[in-house]
Design a protein around this ligand. Structure first.
Ligand SMILES: [Zn+2]
Length: 499
């Protein structure tokens, strides 16, 4: 038999505290591909879709890939957008079927205007279209908030195991190979999910140092190896900046047949994560301490390799607006030499730099526009336009290597010794190309500041002499959860009510 498989992707990590709606414009600003463009854009990249396409070749699947849509984290996905993508997938399933299997690359933390469980709603429509017996394989981000509905509607459910996320190919290959076995009738997979009384936990899933996540995965793998019928296991750090009932860490075990022992493994993993909830492998500091640490690192003269500061609380990769200026203002005030900062979201400032042209000297107000109350409003600076670009490049990796980025008109405004990359789109800087495409060689700078919480480590830790993670509170991705007003998450929950 030549199995017929639908491959699609629909991703979003929704920060419900963001005022930016996630509509078609937001998707088109990052990735929105249809039909042949899905394969043309994604083959050969370090992504789940590329792995699924490779698996299709290996297993001889006949595939349709009607859509891949991914938007930078922001507010709730609009009802229109969710219904559009759902309709594209369901119509393909109905009109071009029957299909023997479905492979979906999802995130797992999508909340919509009309449903706080975006993935569960999509899966319900997919299940309606294919019926109960067609296996559905789902890959998720490690920061998924997995609901019972999601796990009940998918057969195979596997999340990344690395943060920074560098194993999309491996987990998607695992999911695709299990889908093949399920379609061949060798296995009948079932996904079992367990959550805890935690909004945040598992050290947010970090795997850059031994800690709760690596120990949890080891415990999970040990129990799975000792229990017949286990097919795959995942720990989700959860995404805490979404005010929905089921937000938070979870463990998902995919097993063959409906075996309670597989759910019991997830229970034991969650018990360990509860015990480990206070353990963190990173330390964050407030801006004054960060500037003291930076000054100390530079006191002996230029460092041998860049000191890297991470703007944890305004991470566009978690829904931060990417235009907060509080840390930027401190860096400007410090009068740094040979320093670079990026990426600041400000379409108007990028356009003003383009209009003025290379070499122009400008007095400009930058950043702080989406919500001036969050982490600093517009910052007045005097600078020189030292680069103008179209904001396009391919990422060099390791994370999502090969993926095309289009930030729109982008410029570098140099203020004193600080080169500020200003873009027309909101992007997390987790690849050196965000600097390099604008002529800034990160390895040659004394100081780099990136708007990123953890993913930056994949590209920047290998070139850094020191890393300083700055969380001054107040931002949309700050760890100070008590600064935010949660109304929908289940209570009591750690750390809002429970210690
Ligand atoms: Zn993630």
């Amino acid at each position: 038999m030549t199995p017929r498989v639908l491959i699609a992707g629909f991703k979003h990590e929704t920060n419900t505290f963001s005022k930016l709606p996630t509509d078609m414009t937001a998707y088109k600003a990052r990735s929105y591909y249809r039909d042949d463009a899905v394969a043309a854009k994604m083959r050969g990249t370090a992504t789940e879709i590329a792995a699924a396409l490779d698996a299709a070749d290996r297993h001889g699947w006949r595939v349709r890939h009607p859509i891949y849509a991914n938007a930078t984290p922001s507010g709730r996905v609009t009802q229109d957008m969710h219904e559009h993508v759902t309709r594209v997938i369901v119509e393909t399933l109905k009109e071009d079927g029957p299909f023997d299997g479905v492979f979906l690359a999802l995130h797992g933390a999508m909340a919509c205007e009309h449903d706080e469980d975006g993935e569960g709603r999509l899966l319900a429509s997919v299940r309606d279209a294919v019926g109960p017996d067609v296996p559905v394989a789902v890959t998720l981000d490690l920061h998924a908030n997995v609901t019972d509905r999601m796990a009940g509607l998918a057969d195979i459910m596997i999340s990344y195991r690395t943060y920074p996320h560098v194993d999309q190919l491996e987990i998607a290959t695992q999911a695709a190979d299990l889908l093949q076995r399920a379609m061949a009738g060798e296995i009948k997979p079932r996904a079992h999910v367990r959550r805890g009384r935690m909004l945040d936990g598992a050290d947010h899933g970090r795997t850059t140092a031994p800690g709760p996540m690596t120990e949890g995965l080891a415990l999970l793998d040990g129990m799975m190896a000792a229990t017949p019928g286990c097919l795959a296991g995942s720990i989700n750090g959860g995404f805490p900046w979404v005010d929905i009932h089921d937000a938070g860490p979870s463990c998902v075990v995919t097993g063959d047949g409906d075996n309670p022992a597989h759910g019991a493994i997830a229970d034991k993993v969650m018990a360990k994560l509860w015990d480990d909830r206070h353990r963190l492998t990173i330390e964050t500091v407030k801006i004054p301490e960060a500037m003291d640490e930076l000054a100390a690192a530079l006191a002996e003269g230029p460092p041998s390799a860049p000191v890297v500061l991470a703007d944890f609380a305004d991470n566009p990769g978690g829904g931060g607006y990417g235009d907060a200026t509080r840390l930027l203002a401190a860096l400007v005030d410090a009068g740094l030499e040979n320093a670079a900062y990026g990426v600041l979201y400000d379409p108007a400032a990028a356009e003003a730099c383009h209009r003025a042209g290379l070499g122009a000297q400008l007095s400009l107000s930058i950043g702080g526009l989406v919500d001036p109350q969050v982490q600093g409003g517009p910052l007045a600076v005097d600078g020189t336009v030292t680069a103008v670009t179209d904001g396009t490049f391919a990422m060099e990796g390791p994370m999502t290597a090969g993926t095309r980025v289009d930030m729109g008109p982008t410029a570098v405004l140099t203020v004193g010794g600080l080169e500020i990359v200003i873009a027309s789109g909101r992007f997390q800087n987790y690849d050196k190309m965000y600097f390099k495409h604008a002529g800034i060689e990160p390895t040659e700078r004394a100081v780099l500041c990136v708007k990123s919480a953890q993913h930056f480590r994949a590209a920047y830790a290998p070139i850094a002499s020191k890393i300083i993670v700055v969380d001054d509170g107040g931002g949309l991705t700050s760890r100070n959860y008590r600064d935010l007003v949660y109304e929908n998450v289940r209570r009591p929950v750690y750390p809002l009510d429970l210690d």
